[in-house]
Design a binder for this molecule. Structure first.
Ligand code: ADP
Ligand code: MG
Length: 535
């Protein structure tokens, strides 16, 4: 296969030659410029005719030739020969046309290669040199100005030869540079094409919906996944506003400046409503000016459904566990109650025993009632009634009750460290309940005596109440369970005390922290923010 660029160059060479001959020589004759000074006007016209004929032959051959390189070489050799004939006909050393040989050298470099440039320069030098020499020795019948001497001839030949080689060098250099640049450009061009193809394929095959818009939010690119997810074909999507496709976004081209993530519902023409997760971000040009928006989105309908199923299941599991715990808690006192009543029914017991059994029955009923009251407090708490009061007074009430309880026990001392009046805006009854539960737990944790120290203070924008005991402590593995309802390590416990306290503090947007070391004691810290309205 012929080199297409060479074919092009050869064609250009032929065309330029025609134009050149026509313009330069044609005009010369038409305008009769220096016509009389041409020694052989007839022969000159014949030469032109011959050159035109050659050109016709060239154009005829161009589509039949196999080796364009040699064809071009041949033409340029012919050109050099023709120019030399022209020079001969127009006065040899005195001819005005010797410069045309430079053009031949140049076309050799441009059409063929660097080397061809030097070959043609050499050929031109020989031809021209020999001709001028022969003219000087009068072996060729060309008249010249007798004032010209040997030196002038030598100098003329020297200047011409130097010019031919200079031209070969220059044009060779330029054409090889041009070739390199062309190759590099072609490479870049094909790289770019590949890249854009890759981009296109990438965007098409990605399973996420992708779109781009102009600054006004009209769709420009809409990939395959986008079509599938929305049920809108690309053709229909073009020039639609994104708000027409995603009605849930509040798109304002002026306002959206950063990345925005939203979720919303669209209506798919076949699949009904779909939940979409969409991330949209503006894109900028190099000057930081907004040129449009890019969005990427997914259909998360299935995911959402699964999430809801899981939540549902978790809820039922929690309810089941809670019910099992309640049943368990109620069954124990019921069993004792049943035993006591059965014995009473048999009527065999002595009067003293009857009294004891009745007491047991009543105690178990009370316990049942307690469990149910506690559970109700936990599961259906009454709404908090906020009022401003001094936290210290509530703590005093609590400690009073605890002291009465503690005095029945061994060696428990209770100390307090309150910091001024602490006015909070909270539910007084609930606060009392929280402190009582914490205090009772502390006393219960010190069966062999110890110290409970209670402190209250204000820290920045919140209040801190600390219950510190020197009791048995909580084992590490239980720490995270102690706030669960029904978690207890006590035979008589219900496991609702901390669950209730936690819930009540949560209602006040507060926190309960616990630090405990088994064998050393436990610290419960209640933090109540001072932000519940006016105080
Ligand atoms: P109950 O007191 O009925 O057991 P709580 O919810 O009040 O239920 O407490 C749950 C569990 O947390 C207790 O059984 C106990 O194991 C542990 N606990 C709570 N407070 C303390 C404390 N001050 N010292 C040691 N353990 C505690
Ligand atoms: Mg308790």
């Amino acid at each position: 296969m012929a080199d297409q660029s060479l074919v092009k160059k050869v064609k250009a060479l032929i065309s330029i030659r025609v134009v050149f001959i026509t313009l330069l020589l044609g005009s010369f004759f038409l305008l009769q410029v220096g016509y009389r000074s041409f020694p052989y006007p007839r022969a000159t016209s014949n030469l032109i005719v011959a050159l035109y004929s050659l050109t016709i032959i060239y154009s005829f051959l161009i589509d039949r030739i196999k080796t364009y390189f040699n064809f071009a070489y041949f033409q340029i050799f012919m050109d050099v020969a023709a120019v030399n004939i022209l020079i001969y006909l127009t006065g040899g050393i005195e001819s005005w046309f010797s410069f045309i040989m430079l053009l031949a050298v140049m076309s050799a470099s441009a059409v063929l290669n660097r080397k061809a440039g030097y070959v043609i320069a050499t050929f031109s030098s020989i031809l021209y040199g020999v001709m001028i020499d022969l003219q000087y020795y009068k072996l060729l019948p060309i008249k010249y100005d007798p004032a010209l001497n040997e030196k002038d001839f030598l100098y003329n030949i020297f200047v011409h030869i130097a010019a031919f080689y200079m031209m070969a060098f220059l044009s060779g250099y330029l054409s090889s540079r041009l070739e390199k640049t062309t190759i590099a450009l072609e490479q870049t061009d094909s790289d770019l094409k590949e890249l854009s193809l890759f981009n296109k394929e990438l965007i098409e095959s990605i399973p996420s919906g992708i779109f781009t818009t102009d600054v006004d939010g009209s769709i420009l690119i809409f990939n395959k996944a986008a079509e599938d997810i929305t049920g809108i074909t690309r053709e229909n999507a073009f020039n639609l506003k994104i708000t027409a496709i995603f009605p849930f976004i509040s798109f304002d081209s002026g306002e959206l400046s950063g990345v925005e993530r939203t979720e919303g519902v669209i209506t798919h023409n076949r699949e009904g409503s779909r939940i979409i997760n969409l991330t949209i971000s503006p894109h900028m040009d190099v000057n930081g000016r907004k040129t449009g928006f890019t969005g990427i989105f997914h259909d998360i309908t299935m995911l959402k459904k699964m999430e809801m199923d899981i939540k549902h299941k978790e809820k039922w599991a929690a309810i089941g566990e809670l019910s099992a715990n309640i049943a368990h808690e109620i069954r124990n006192p019921l069993a004792s109650l049943k035993g006591a009543i059965e014995m009473l029914r048999e009527d065999r017991a002595a009067k003293e025993q009857k009294k004891r059994l009745t007491e047991i029955a009543l105690k178990e009923m009370e316990r049942l009632n307690g469990i149910i009251t506690d559970f109700l407090m936990y599961s259906t708490p009454r709404a908090a009634e906020l009022s401003a009061f001094d936290l210290n007074l509530v703590l005093d009430d609590t400690l009073e009750l605890l002291k009465n309880t503690a005095s029945a026990r061994n060696n428990i001392s209770i100390t307090k460290d309150f910091d001024g009046p602490l006015f909070v805006n909270a539910d007084r009854q609930k606060m009392y309940q929280v402190f009582l539960n914490l205090g009772m737990n502390a006393l219960e944790a010190m069966p062999d005596g110890g110290e409970l120290s209670v402190s209250a203070m204000r820290t920045g924008s919140s209040f801190e109440v600390v219950f510190k005991d020197t009791g048995i402590g909580i084992r590490q593995k239980n720490i995270e369970k102690i706030f669960y309802p029904f978690f207890t390590t006590k035979d008589e416990g219900t496991g609702l005390g901390l669950a209730i306290a936690y819930r009540m503090i949560e209602e006040h947007k507060g926190k309960i922290n616990v630090i405990s070391n088994p064998g050393e004691g436990t610290v419960f810290k209640v933090i109540i923010p001072d932000g519940n309205g006016k105080s």
